[in-house]
Design a protein around this ligand. Sequence first.
Ligand SMILES: [Zn+2]
Length: 456
Amino acid sequence: MEIFSLISALETSYAKYFTEELGDKRFKHRQIIPLINSLSENPLFVVEKLGESAEKRKIFLIKYGNGSRNILIWSQMHGNEPTGTMALFDLFNFLERNSDQEYIKRWRSEFSFHFIPMLNPDGVELFQRRNALHIDINRDALALQTPEARILSDYRNKISPRWAFNLHDQDAHYSVGFSNKPACISLLAPSYNMAEDINDNRRDTMLLLGSAAKLISGFIPGMIGRYWSTYSARCFGDHFQSLGTNTLLIESGVYPYESNKETPRKMNFLLLLASFELLSQKYYQGESLQTYLDIPENKKNFYDLIIENVQIKIKGRIINCDLAINKDEKNIQSASDYIITSEIADMGDLSTEYAFARYNAQGMEVSPGLLLPEVYPSAQIDIPHFELSNFRKGYLYLPIKNHQANTKYPETKLIVVPEQFQAPQIIKPGISATFYLHKDGRTRVVVANGELMELN
Ligand SMILES: [Zn+2]
């Protein structure tokens, strides 16, 4: 089958291979163990324990194929970057169920795939970037002070693969160049030296990335960026590239309004399969270097929400401006759950900036949310009417007795705060995105911790 038709067919059938057990991006190490155990029952897969993390969680190697060309693929060396791991298990499902396809038999005879899903299980446990020793494994390629970095380094040295794939997630707020599209996927052919020269290996890496990007670009038009990075010898991609292992970096960003990375996950799946076929048929060698170089670089200018044209009374003046709001996830209860935090990320003329959502507040004045004057015994109060009547008066903060920090209060959309809380007096960057918009003496819109609600 022609490669473009193959990738289109894979895109159409992808849902069949989606690993439901990893539907929530905050899955843990214990959730991949049964999946790996079931793979070990399939004679086409060889499952080994490669080593242990600092906290003694098993790090697995999954081998598929017995060809002479080694390909090394690892994921989640940063614990809070789960997309690659989810895509790898989808890929294992796919390989299991399609082992009789001629092209997959060809891959098996030509390649040996070496997968290390979830290199940083301790970081995953706490949904944090670093490992249990608080070291960033991806800055430990030379010093090798972490067991996880040693495992990866030793294994690469053992098999000397010509090709490797390094799967990460990136911040949600990158755009593709100066466009109004978020970077759903970003790609990088890492440098092997400070001068960022292009030798034959790096050139091949660029050719493969360019040709793979072309094959998936129709599924996420305008949403593929080139990851912005400079050479750093202590990072694995750069280090491996200098050792002659062509290392493709795939960074998963976001697709609008998705919280569990479904689209970038699918794109990882397709990028990997496309790359295998491009490598097998050597199609990438006919690609132009310009295809990769033309992928626009990431720029960090994407906000979650921009509220346009608000009026702010400040220091005796009235100014017209836009407010940019970003939301973030903060781990609570040892990362078993999380809360949303928000901030006013910028204010001023943001007409040139991009956001997932925009709201035109023409003619409305913004004022900081007010603190309810009475302290309540708990957040459990008669909710909908209570909230609406308070929203109308600009009351957005609910003080309660015995407030617990880092706790979810799902009972209310008001911001639950301790009784001694002081509400901000002015609107400015850095404060929580909690304010109300009013016009002609009536509150029209409230924004509570970044959540915009229109009042009728
Ligand atoms: Zn990362």
